[in-house]
Design a binder for this molecule. Structure first.
Ligand code: C5P
Length: 315
């Protein structure tokens, strides 16, 4: 009798162990992956924790970073603006949006945040990733990507939307606008578009006003764009794409980064999940899309991010 109860306990123990191993294996397919950053020289040579991702009173950009930023975007030379001009514009921004001065939200040091970065690739079509995307603490989306009508594939939650004047769209009251300042004019636009209205155009007509919650406005540190271009892309493109900036930003904001909606179509165009490709020669624009995707893939191979690829559920 004593033996049999011992045997029973052993059997129960074995079942529990097997169950745990099964659960671990199944979950790890989705979320649990070794995210050791410090032990990977390839990663530590590129990932620089010291670069502040957001513009704040304390991080208004050094002269050194300013030069990099100006040199690293093809859009800047047309402006011919000086460091003093830049500082005047930023000071005005900080006065208009006090939230910017408070700085970024808590990063990985405070708690482990699980972030989804949702690119705009046509690969999201019929992916049914929506539920998976929605369970993340932070969901970064970009530009004009629509949600309505695509919920099953792209989810419904957005905590941050990355955009610049030429890609701007209205936001709800709970979403952070993250401006990507590729040029000084972009910061002027932000201030005007949320107050008196922006008159004029950049390299194309832009919205005069947009609807966003002013207290949730954030601005990417131009020094961060320069860092991504110089260190991650080794200056091998005009400038980093919104999507690539979003992935590196997420690495700086979150401990777990899950990436959805990246990848060109079979003709190497950056086609979108919501529309038919209008320009068959679109390619990846001014960006070095091939290299960016190679790095995203490499980050996934080295288990720094998880890349959710194209998936078709329809027959
Ligand atoms: O086209 P758009 O710039 O709005 O897309 C946002 C980002 O999504 C791009 O910067 C790119 O990084 C990514 N993307 C992609 N593959 C596509 C379309 C977009 O990787 N087919």
């Amino acid at each position: 009798m004593k033996m049999s109860s011992k045997l029973k306990s052993l059997v129960v123990l074995l079942i529990v162990i097997n169950l745990c191993m099964f659960l671990h294996d199944s979950l790890s397919e989705y979320f649990l992956y070794a995210n050791e950053r410090e032990d990977d020289p390839w990663f530590t040579q590129r990932f620089d924790k010291a670069v502040e991702p957001f513009l704040t009173v304390e991080h208004k950009l050094s002269m050194h970073a300013f030069k990099w930023w100006k040199a690293s975007t093809q859009l800047q030379p047309i402006e011919r603006q000086s460091f003093d001009d830049y500082q005047t514009v930023v000071d005005a921004l900080l006065k208009t949006f006090p939230a910017i001065s408070k700085g970024a939200e808590p990063g990985p040091a405070e708690r482990c945040r699980m972030c989804a970065v949702v690119g705009n690739s046509a690969h999201l079509k019929d992916s049914r990733y929506g539920h998976l995307i929605d369970i993340h603490d932070v969901v970064l989306r970009m530009n004009k990507s629509p949600i309505k009508g695509y919920e099953e594939d792209v989810g419904t939650k957005t905590t941050h939307r990355l955009m610049y004047p030429e890609s701007a769209t209205d936001l709800d009251n709970i979403t952070h606008l993250v401006l990507l300042p590729f040029k000084i004019m972009d910061m002027v636009w932000l201030q005007k578009a949320l107050t008196t209205g922006f008159k004029g155009e950049t390299y194309q007509p832009v919205r005069a006003n947009i609807q966003v919650n002013k207290s949730l406005v954030m601005v990417l540190n131009p020094g961060f764009i320069a860092y991504v271009h110089r260190v991650w892309l080794r200056r091998r493109s005009g400038y980093p794409s919104t999507g690539f900036l979003a992935v590196i930003l997420a690495l700086h904001m979150c401990e777990e980064v899950h990436v959805f909606g990246y990848g060109a179509d079979r003709d190497r165009n950056w086609s979108h999940y919501w529309e038919k490709l209008k320009n068959p020669n679109l390619g990846t624009g001014l960006h070095y899309g091939k290299q960016e995707y190679y790095l995203i893939q490499k980050l996934a191979d080295r288990k720094k991010i998880k890349l959710f690829k194209r998936r078709f559920t329809k027959s």
